[in-house]
Design a protein around this ligand. Sequence first.
Ligand SMILES: [Zn+2]
Length: 275
Amino acid sequence: MKKMRFFPGLILLVCARLVCAQTAEEPEVAHARADIAKLRALVEAGAVPRVRLGKAEDALADARDAAILRKTVYGQDLTVEQADDMIAAAARRFERRKKAFDEAQKLVDAGVAAELSLGTFLQDLDLARQECDLAESRARVTREAGEMARAEEALDRKLALAPGEARAIAERFDGDGVFTAGTFSRVETAFEERFGKPLPVSALGETAVHRALGFDHRGRVDVALNPDQPEGVWLRRYLTEKRIPFFAFRQAVAGKATGAHIHLGPMSTHLALGG
Ligand SMILES: [Zn+2]
């Protein structure tokens, strides 16, 4: 499938260079922990200065953050909570590199080290900054998906308790009630032919955000388009003509301009709760 679905390939590429090169076993964490155990013995024996232990502990904390980023920046499916953890881990890694750079700069200023020695520190700092940017953009997309899911949850509640008020949350079109992978593929193609860009899909089927809300979003698709922007107007007209079921959400919470999207397919249902 050539179409971009969630995030540009760039994220995966840069991420591979940053923190994703290791295997899934978090070997860098195990490695850093083993180093600390060895060092501690040496420090206690007086063979190594205590400051080395502090550095090794920093390295362990950094390896843990790298593992968080590998799972989140690189992983496809995030909850809003994981997105927050991801931002915090990226920020800590940036701070460590900033500190290392500042220390190196001091040595250069004092005439103890050559200007040239700053190169690697600068490079690391730059990569850490890119890592923060990626984490930010990934988190933004996840939070938006969270708002969309909450809008659907609000609709679900209204439909159950006060169906008359449901219209205020979303415009509903039942069409012929059928939404399949084939239907979706035709929608994607028509959109791309009309606008020369891929349909901005924000959730394809069930995602971690839906699972966290106990929502069954399988066989449904969310499109990150405001129903009133030109692409959204076009999409609603297309879906209506083809009798494809959809829900158009203008906002998640009354008066708050977030969570706007077009949901393709029948409304999600709540997953049966165990026990
Ligand atoms: Zn949806």
